[in-house]
Structure formats: C-alpha cells, structure tokens
Design a protein around this ligand. Sequence first.
Ligand code: HEC
Length: 136
Amino acid sequence: MNLTTLTRFAISAALLAVSATLRTAQGATPAELLAGYATQGNTAPSAKAGQQFFTKTQGREWSCASCHGAVPTQTGNHASTGKSIDPLAPAFNTERFTDSAKVEKWFRRNCNDVLGRVCSQTEKADVLSWLLTLKP
Ligand code: HEC
C-alpha cells in the first residue's frame, strides 16, 4: 500500500465512522426514546399523567390535543392553519418517534406553544408512555 492509498483508506474509514455515529444519534425506536427520557427525568413514566398533560390547556390557548386530537390515533388538524396532521400514536403511524432530531424539534416547538417553555424529560416520558398504550 502506498501513502495515497493509505490516506484514502483512512479518510473513507473516518467517513464511515462519522455516518454510523450520525445514524445512531438520529434513528431510534419509541421504546428507546422513552427509556432515555425516563432515565434522564429519573422517574417511572406515568401514562395517566401523560394523558392529562396532553389533553389539558396549561395557561395558553392550546393543549396538545388542540392539534393532535384528544386521542391521537387519527389524523389531527392544526389549530391555526387547519392543515392535517398524521396520527401521533406510534401504533397508528410507524414513522412517529423514530427520528430523535425530529422528535426533539417538535417537542421544543409544541411545548413552547402550549406551555411557554420546553417540556421536562418527565413530561416527555409521560406523554410517550401514554401514546404507546394506544393500540388499534
Ligand atoms: C399548534 C398545533 C400543535 C400543537 C398545539 C401541538 N402540536 Fe405536536 N405537532 C404539530 C405539527 C404541525 C407537527 C409536525 C407535523 C407532523 O409531524 O405531522 C407535530 C409533531 C409532533 C411531534 C413529532 C413526533 C414525530 O416523531 O414525528 C411530537 C412528539 C409532538 N408533536 C408532540 C406534541 C405535544 C407533546 C404537544 C403538547 C405539548 C403538541 N405536540 C402540541 C402541531 C402541534
């Protein structure tokens, strides 16, 4: 192996390692995300608390249910634009809670709309544990 081949080899190995890291950082299952929130929040998730959190308003105009529906197993409608929103419960939409970057982006945005702050890890764990109880 000459030096150029060796350098090429080293670069492609490094690129492979980087893309593998990026993939594991983004790709996830709902169960893995739930485990992460529960560990970070240091609580056992409560589906009951999650349901209450999801359906009540918390000082602002909207609740989570305003856009996603009280039981988010069906298509919801955005409270201000009227745009349809695919079901949030993973059993009814297999794309949900599989991309951690997307999940975090929307938690940040939606929690801010509903609570005027980000959601705690405990609140995320509660909501997701409730969503996972929703089955066809
Ligand atoms: C004003 C309307 C609105 C409200 C209120 C709202 N959402 Fe959403 N939510 C959306 C839209 C729009 C998307 C992105 C479009 C899509 O993914 O279908 C989304 C996506 C999400 C996602 C991304 C899930 C994934 O993996 O695709 C999560 C998680 C979420 N919302 C949780 C919540 C929670 C929790 C609340 C209450 C704190 C809430 N939302 C309130 C409109 C809303």
